[in-house]
Design a protein around this ligand. Structure first.
Ligand SMILES: NC(=O)c1ccc[n+]([C@@H]2O[C@H](COP(=O)([O-])OP(=O)(O)OC[C@H]3O[C@@H](n4cnc5c(N)ncnc54)[C@H](OP(=O)(O)O)[C@@H]3O)[C@@H](O)[C@H]2O)c1
Length: 293
């Protein structure tokens, strides 16, 4: 597969909020861009910016050397691609639809069986951030295919991040990063509920929260080294030391009528590690319990 020009023709299938943003970035990068959407009524702005609207998915596929798909889920991707599999042979499909690692690997297998180049990507950005330097998009698939497609993919902003040949890994990183997002957001909401019981506005508390998150982020690299080494000696605070402030958090939550389930679960994990003889270990020891589950 060789891109036959500096600005290869790109097709975008799916013009929801994300697909429209992707197509906009390709247009801004000067790529001949063809767009298609299942339902009519989407993409007028893109056509006004120079995109060609294809009436049928087959026409859209025929127009693009790189075919980007961004629809609701993998079932929808298969519904769109299956009828045009012959036309896709020899082209590169870049699937930026969210899904699981298994779905990504299965679809990669389907593509390989039909002579279709396949890269799977996970978008860690909102549509508004596409095309900016902050956009993070993670890719998996054959290295050669990625290298050839990179100049096109870089139009989406932020550099394109390659995670290796396994097409399932970007989806795994996606959920792992969302895991961090949801835990962090829940921590903030819980903290805001706590200080809110004293009529402290969330806006007054937020600078403390964001400053603290910077500090917490600095805990991660040494923790990661311990996780990889499977060695959890406490270098700052022991699990025993974590136990009493966790108790304070649970107490403050209960007396203020704020849900105490999440800190209760954390305390239960710390207690279990201590019962298992790890009182002098650091917090990273808890990963062993998460793995067991
Ligand atoms: N929005 C974000 O912030 C964001 C961030 C990261 C990743 N993503 C991922 O990007 C993908 C698209 O998200 P979105 O925000 O663009 O969603 P959206 O605005 O709801 O658009 C969904 C798109 O999927 C199409 N679609 C749904 N079922 C289909 C089917 N069976 N056949 C053909 N097309 C079908 C819709 O077409 P119709 O117009 O015909 O309904 C529409 O174009 C999702 O996998 C999402 O998880 C989104």
């Amino acid at each position: 597969m060789h891109m036959n020009s500096e600005r290869p023709a790109v097709t975008v299938l799916g013009l929801g909020m994300m697909g429209a943003a992707l197509a906009g970035a390709f247009l801004a990068g000067g790529h001949p861009t063809t767009v298609w959407n299942r339902s009519a009524g989407r993409g007028d702005d893109l056509v006004a910016q120079g995109a060609v609207r294809a009436a049928a998915v087959g026409d859209a596929v025929a127009a693009g050397q790189v075919v980007v798909v961004c629809v609701r889920d993998y079932d929808a991707v298969r519904e769109v691609l299956e009828p045009v599999r012959a036309a896709l042979a020899g082209r590169v499909v870049v699937n930026l639809t969210s899904g699981t690692s298994q779905e990504a690997r299965d679809l990669a297998g389907w593509a390989a069986g039909h002579g279709i180049g396949y890269l799977d990507g996970a978008i860690m950005m909102t549509p508004q951030g596409i095309g900016t330097s902050e956009a993070v998009i993670l890719y998996g698939g054959e290295q050669e295919l990625f290298d050839e497609s990179r100049p096109v993919l870089e139009r989406l902003g932020g550099g394109a991040t390659y995670l290796g040949p396994d097409t399932g890994i970007p989806a795994l990183y996606d959920v792992a990063l969302l895991d961090i997002m949801w835990s962090t957001l829940n921590g903030f909401l819980h903290a805001a509920a706590l200080v809110g019981t004293e009529k402290i506005p969330a806006t007054a508390f937020v600078p403390f929260a964001t400053g603290w998150l910077g500090g917490v982020a600095s805990f991660l690299p040494p923790m990661a080294e311990q996780i990889d080494a499977g060695e959890y000696a406490a270098h700052d605070a022991t699990l025993e030391t974590h136990l009493s402030p966790l108790g304070h958090l649970i107490h403050e939550s209960r007396i203020r009528g704020v849900d105490a389930d999440a800190p209760g679960r954390t305390r239960a994990m710390v207690e279990r590690a201590i019962d298992d003889g790890h009182a002098a270990d650091g917090y990273a020891r808890l990963i062993e319990q998460m793995r067991e589950r």
